[in-house]
Design a binder for this molecule. Structure first.
Ligand code: HEC
Length: 173
């Protein structure tokens, strides 16, 4: 095939793509500059996704206690949006495609430690999600959730920081 002329639709599409990337990069740089130092503000949270020691411990706990249901990399069970044969919810992903990061730290800890039934105040709620009170210590629960958070893309981690900040401000918590 002969070389395409410089103005072929394919080439201009490519140029547009490069231009679009530049715009996205510039916007990201702007947001970065606006956010001050460019670091995430995790001060409202108690999880420590930026602490390598905590995250390493968390990875071990995750593999041992959570991966069987939530998947080795937090991808969740297949068809997790549908109920399982037992009529109960399947284990959802903990990665950015899931709902985990919509919960502030305090709720994630409460779900893991005391269970969903307690959090939603429905003692009869049937679920396959275990209760880890007495199984994992508070620092182990913090570590495993910190590992989960450390797997999220930086942007999702930053949004989760905001979820924490918002939660801290909410009067009814
Ligand atoms: C036996 C299977 C199983 C194991 C093991 C398990 N989970 Fe779950 N988990 C579930 C299921 C099922 C749900 C969905 C529960 C529901 O909504 O009824 C869930 C939900 C959750 C949620 C709420 C997610 C959301 O989007 O609201 C969190 C947080 C969670 N699990 C954390 C953990 C952690 C941390 C571990 C390991 C320490 C763990 N789970 C181990 C089955 C499991």
């Amino acid at each position: 095939m002969a070389d395409a002329p410089a103005t072929s639709p394919r080439r201009s599409l490519l140029m547009w793509g490069v231009g679009g990337m530049l715009v996205v990069l510039l916007m990201a740089a702007g947001a970065y500059a606006l956010s001050g130092v460019g670091a995430r503000d995790n001060t409202a949270g108690v999880l420590r996704p930026d602490d390598p020691q905590v995250v390493t411990l968390g990875a071990r706990i995750y593999t041992q206690h959570c991966a069987a249901c939530h998947g080795a990399r937090g991808e969740g069970q297949p068809n997790w949006r549908e109920h399982g044969p037992d009529g109960l919810m399947r284990a959802p992903p903990h990665d950015e495609s899931g709902h985990t990061w919509h919960h502030p730290d305090a709720q994630l800890i409460a779900i893991t430690k005391y269970g969903l039934a307690k959090l939603i105040q429905q003692p009869d709620y049937q679920t396959n999600m275990p209760v880890y009170d007495g199984v994992l210590s508070d620092s182990e629960i913090n570590a495993v959730l910190s590992w989960i958070k450390a797997q999220w893309p930086t942007e999702i981690q930053a949004r989760h920081d905001q979820v924490n900040a918002q939660y801290q401000k909410s009067p009814g918590r």
